[in-house]
Design a protein around this ligand. Structure first.
Ligand SMILES: *Cc1c(COP(=O)(O)O)cnc(C)c1O
Length: 384
């Protein structure tokens, strides 16, 4: 017997009370009851996003919100600066290409944070850029980008700042309004403790002005239509409203902990995970780790599939490897959403036992001890 622990950076574990919402009989999506649920979750989402802007609910995975952002904000032939620092950031470029937009790729080495000065420079070179497309937590490299500082730079220009917060929001501090994020995209299956199927998108007045200036070439992901329905606490088409019921339960948990509490818990868990990994002599991949996951390099002479396979088969701990050019080079442990200190300890214990059984020179207990030292000090203060 082993207990499954889905420690992947999306999908992530879902609490039992949230799952139980999905077992209820399906109600009609235009009923007063369904509307009331949207009224409640709309408030909760604003709190999670830290915004006064409307947050619209889309029935799609996170990429749907990214597509909605690009196709509604950037007019045909328009220019966008892509802060290209990983596999998911590159998706912004692919989206621009799919819609015939002019993407200026501002490349950053994978694992390094985007430099706000370079963004300022790019905006100076491209004063006609309509949008800057960035990422809060680059899940492919486990990197947290300095969104607050980049937001300050973009706010001084005419461009709008569009951020992929799909694995970041709910795991890392993110203050949409204070930080000048004009459009924020989030998915349900990462730190928000839900199964996949919903996406959320907030839009600032600066971004609405761009959206209102032309007719978006999208029917399903039309934000003007979504906004007019959202005013009546409705959606243009049938939403995945069973998931919206589950969202209400997840938001209740988040409200009980408070956003500050949620951020602190993730900060402490990520510090503990990093300390544990490093205590085994493993190297972190990112120069500025995100807080919802930890990425480390696969040790010399080993295969990531060996490590991840044993962690899953022997201990029930599921992790992921690298994507695109990082395939086989890194292992990523997710600790976002419905994850606590002991899940992190469990993952580290599984990792060190796995490495020991694979013949890697590790002293079992080292990772766990290092993590516990973080948790006993900071954790106690932060999580009390
Ligand atoms: C997961 C993820 C995506 C893709 O989201 P889907 O829900 O798979 O469409 C995009 N960006 C980031 C940063 C992610 O973590």
């Amino acid at each position: 017997m082993r207990k499954p622990r889905l420690m992947t950076p999306g999908p992530a574990m879902v609490p039992e009370d949230v799952l139980l919402e999905l077992a209820r009989p399906v109600i009609h999506h235009r009923s007063d009851e369904a509307k009331q649920v949207i009224v409640e979750v709309s408030e909760g989402l604003k709190e999670v996003f830290q915004t006064q802007n409307d947050v619209m609910i889309l029935t799609s995975s996170g990429t749907g919100a990214m597509e909605a952002a690009v196709v509604n904000v950037v007019p045909p032939g328009g220019k966008a600066i892509v802060l290209n620092a990983g596999h998911f950031a590159a998706r912004w470029g692919s989206l621009c290409k799919a819609f015939g937009l002019n993407a200026v790729m501002l490349d950053t080495e994978w694992g390094k944070p985007v430099d706000p000065d370079q963004v300022a420079e790019a905006l100076k070179q491209h004063p006609d850029a309509v949008a800057v497309l960035g990422t809060l937590s680059e899940t492919s490299t486990g990197t947290g980008h300095p969104v607050e500082a980049i937001g300050r730079v973009v706010a001084e220009s005419d461009a709008v700042f569009i951020v992929d917060g799909i694995s970041g929001v709910g795991a890392m501090e993110c203050r949409t309004d204070e930080w000048g994020i004009d459009v924020l995209c989030v998915g349900s299956q990462k730190a928000l403790m839900l199964p996949p199927g919903l996406a959320f998108i907030s839009v600032s007045p600066k971004a609405w002005a761009k959206i209102e200036a032309f007719d978006a070439r999208s029917f399903y992901f039309n934000l003007k239509a979504a906004r007019s329905k959202a005013k009546e606490f409705d959606t243009p088409y049938t939403p995945a409203h069973t998931l919206i019921l589950a969202l209400r339960a997840a938001l209740k948990r988040i409200r009980a902990e408070g956003m500050e509490g949620v951020w602190k818990r993730h900060r402490v868990m990520s510090e503990a995970c990093q300390a544990g990994v490093q205590a085994l002599g493993l190297e972190l991949f990112s120069a500025r780790p995100a807080e919802g996951l930890t990425a480390f390099r696969v040790p010399e002479g080993m295969k990531d599939s060996q490590i991840r396979g044993k962690m899953a088969e022997r201990f029930g701990v599921t992790t992921v490897g690298g994507q695109a050019k990082l395939k086989g080079k890194i292992v990523r442990i997710g600790h976002m959403g419905y994850t606590d200190e002991l899940d992190v300890i469990a993952a580290l214990a599984a990792l060190e036992m796995t490495l020991a059984e694979l013949g890697f020179d590790v002293e079992p207990g080292k990772a766990v001890t290092a993590a516990q030292q973080v948790l006993i000090g900071k954790g106690a203060a932060a999580l009390a």
